[in-house]
Design a protein around this ligand. Sequence first.
Ligand code: GLU
Length: 278
Amino acid sequence: MKARRLGAVAAAATLALTLAACGSSDSGGNAGSSGGKGLKIGIKFDQPGLGLKKGTEFTGMDVDVAKYVAKSLGTAEGDITWVQAPSAQRETLISTGQVDMVVATYSITDARKEKVSFAGPYFIAGQDLLVRADDSSITGPDTLKGKKLCSVTGSTSAQKVKEKVPDVNLQEFGTYSECVAALASGAIDALTTDDTILAGYAAQDQYKGKLKVVGQPFSTENYGIGIKKGDTAMCQKITDAIKTMISDGSWQKAVDANLGPAGYKPGAGNPPTPASCS
Ligand code: GLU
């Protein structure tokens, strides 16, 4: 009786292991470098025009770049698993293998390069400020004294504004959409991050006419595709895909479709030339 039960347990365990093995080869957990089918891609879920989840649909510039890159790696749209990648979690998501790549308004920086590698840039943005439409007192970082500012933990935006305005009254949230809600309600006076992201919020129906982008960018944000540190082969493939996306007109199309509706025009340096992989 006891032996039989043990046998059944062993058989069940074997079956589970077999199923797990099949499952992992099917879903291609690390299909990224091996050229398999599935890809897990980290994007933002709450940034209109860049990475936005609406029901089961994903839209935005980052989503289009990710789809283009995935396709050139042999992964069809339907085989992409979209994973939410908040600013502070991007390096961890990559280094732990929870995603194969991150395409999420992700600036290439030396500090981040200690933990992950980047392909790109595929876009250049600049840090700016979003304020209420009737506020004429905030015109740039020098006018933030005594104002309540919001940004996101783990972003270059929070870091840069602290360097630029050392005594700034900064509140750090987990996502930019939380900052926008606080700005609209009057809980904070300004939100700082990339102008691309700010333009997307200002153009949303619920905020139209209520919020405005100051329009004095004070940084250069080179958006890269984050991948596992040292995966040069993957970096090379992604870089080639970005170059083709730019040269075949798909990049411009994606810019027009995703950033055009917010009236956003890419600034100097766009489209960028991706750096070489090392
Ligand atoms: N591009 C900046 C960054 O990577 C700000 C936007 C964001 O947090 O996604 O930190």
